[in-house]
Design a protein around this ligand. Sequence first.
Ligand code: LHQ
Length: 261
Amino acid sequence: MAYETVLFERSDGVVTITLNRPETLNAFNDTMIRETTDAFKQCGKDPSVRCVVLTGAGRGFSSGQDLADVQKRGDDFSIAEHLRQGYHRLILEMVRLEKPIIAAINGVAAGAGFGIALATDIRIASDKASFILAFSRVGLIPDSGTNWFLPRIIGQARAYELAITADRLPADQALAWGVVNRVVPHDELMPTVQEFAARLAQGASLAYGLTKRTMYRAWEQSLEEALGYEAYLQETAARSHDYREGVQAFLEKRAPRFQGR
Ligand code: LHQ
């Protein structure tokens, strides 16, 4: 896939999308928002893709909105429209992608870059990574889904404090608060993530996708509704090749050969 601002690499069922504007710590301009959205869309369309890795080139994950770019827009620039046409589409594309997305957080994730990190499913961070709800530094409120994701993960008091102070949340604290799944030494980040992604790409991908759907849906359901929805999706999972193969492999005491269907 030829993009200007993101790298798109594919290997054995794993696509790695690299935000690639390192001179700005991977700030999002319109092209990068559009291309990242398209890259996730392509991952959704291609059944051979079974896991997606999102990372940043250079020393940052993403510094959020490219502020130099918005500065040029003039007075009739509508941030609301920019969010609706750009970040919202990207975030919904990620959340609706029924495949695991692993963020390899290689450095700072600030502003909308923090929001995009939170829209991934599993976050593995370098010990050099950090997170900043930078919005209030420029007189804005948190956006890009951070108001939705972050209080659910760390609680409202911590999220609100991070929002109004814009203090840096270092990797070890992010781990303690559940913002990331693991922290690894910087040099081990990509090997760790690629090994994990390769493992997931061999897994029961249909079930992984349905699990993502039902967990997101459960946030807005009563227990009764969630139980009903689980049963409905379990019916789909139980009609899959992977379910038959999984049970057969268990009974034959061998490793399953899942196909993701
Ligand atoms: C950047 C950026 C950047 C451009 C570093 N833009 N160049 C949505 C819709 C519409 C409007 C507004 O916002 C939003 C949502 C948002 O995302 S609002 C929040 C936007 N992001 C920020 O406020 C973060 C701005 N960046 C920073 O505070 C720092 O760069 C952090 C703390 C991320 C990293 O600090 P350092 O490690 O000290 O790096 P640095 O500041 O020296 O940055 C390196 C270069 O990257 C530098 O360029 P230069 O030419 O001097 O080397 C920066 O200007 C550039 N850069 N962030 N968002």
